[in-house]
Write a protein that binds this ligand. Structure first.
Ligand code: HEC
Ligand code: HEC
Ligand code: HEC
Ligand code: HEC
Ligand code: HEC
Length: 183
């Protein structure tokens, strides 16, 4: 094959497969940032949950009452509808979203909360290690959740890039071996 022929073949292949590939890649990145709540509008949560009302109101709930695995496992976990129904079997508060809790429960459906904070796939993170062993307060990474009145719609831990993780590990004498975080 002559050089010009090869160029032509590459060009033709690019035209045929290249453009769709670029579209797929761009769409993939857009979808990933949308799913991760990276867009400027953020995600829409199914119910207007109010942290402050549950933590500082008459109930004085602890974080682990709802995020049940936060001291024990890698993932904090989001609450199931049954956890809400412990109190919301009867109407409470004034917000128009509140009756939705019972509607999900009657349909035997989970409330479709969207998780907004994510580390990328090749990184390992454990709540138990940071919360139970290292005794780091939630607010160091998630800000002032106790006074939050609106649902979380944007990632709060995007400042937790590798530099931030490594800087704190350095400061507190935790391991910075690559394999600590990359499994
Ligand atoms: C331990 C009991 C308890 C649990 C568990 C509980 N709530 Fe509540 N919730 C309350 C009480 C009490 C109020 C009313 C507070 C007030 O009026 O000061 C309330 C109010 C609300 C409101 C109304 C807010 C407003 O502005 O009027 C919503 C929405 C709500 N809760 C959602 C939830 C969801 C979702 C869950 C599960 C993730 C949940 N709650 C779990 C006790 C609870
Ligand atoms: C050292 C930083 C750090 C601390 C301290 C921390 N978190 Fe997180 N949190 C993260 C990171 C990073 C993610 C994303 C994890 C992932 O993608 O698996 C996250 C995710 C979450 C999520 C999403 C759901 C899930 O299953 O992980 C919840 C809920 C949460 N954290 C609650 C808490 C609570 C409650 C505390 C305190 C008791 C806490 N976190 C302490 C960094 C932290
Ligand atoms: C009554 C249950 C309840 C309690 C108590 C509670 N949370 Fe939550 N939390 C939720 C629900 C429901 C969501 C999802 C909706 C939202 O963002 O408000 C959530 C979301 C979060 C998220 C965002 C998770 C993500 O990445 O999507 C963080 C971080 C978090 N909570 C931290 C805390 C901390 C810290 C405390 C204690 C100071 C706490 N929560 C107490 C129910 C609770
Ligand atoms: C504010 C300080 C701080 C930040 C930020 C932080 N870490 Fe850590 N991390 C620690 C400390 C302290 C330990 C040691 C815990 C122990 O073993 O007592 C630790 C331990 C770990 C471990 C070891 C857990 C095990 O099972 O042995 C992993 C993995 C880890 N961190 C990942 C991360 C990642 C990934 C990030 C960033 C997304 C991060 N950490 C951010 C302080 C931090
Ligand atoms: C304390 C946790 C931690 C340690 C230790 C760590 N990393 Fe990372 N690393 C992360 C996190 C979190 C990300 C994803 C966020 C980002 O790209 O900043 C990441 C991302 C990366 C990436 C992808 C970068 C990119 O731009 O996409 C590479 C490559 C990498 N790490 C290599 C290493 C190597 C090599 C070491 C050992 C010298 C190491 N990491 C140690 C937490 C860690």
């Amino acid at each position: 094959m002559s050089t010009s022929n090869r160029k032509e073949t590459v060009l033709r292949a690019l035209l045929r497969y290249g453009l769709p590939l670029v579209i797929v890649l761009v769409a993939g990145v857009a979808a990933a940032s949308w799913l991760g709540g990276g867009g400027s509008e953020g995600v829409v949560q199914p119910i207007a949950f109010n942290h402050q009302m549950h933590i500082k109101g008459k109930e004085e709930m602890a974080c682990k009452d709802c995020h049940r695995m936060v001291e024990k496992g890698p993932h904090a976990t989001l609450p199931s509808v049954n956890q809400c129904m412990l109190c919301h079997e009867e109407a409470k508060g004034k917000h128009a979203d509140e009756p939705k809790i019972r509607q999900y429960a009657e349909k035997k459906e989970e409330i479709p909360w969207v998780q907004v904070n994510h580390v990328v796939g090749h990184v390992y993170f454990s709540h138990a290690a940071h919360v139970s062993w290292a005794k780091i307060d939630c607010s160091e990474c998630h800000g002032d959740m106790k006074n939050r009145t609106e649902p979380v719609t944007h990632p709060q831990v995007d400042h937790l890039n590798m530099d931030r993780c490594v800087a704190c590990h350095e400061e507190r004498g935790a391991s910075n071996d690559c394999l600590t975080c990359h499994k």
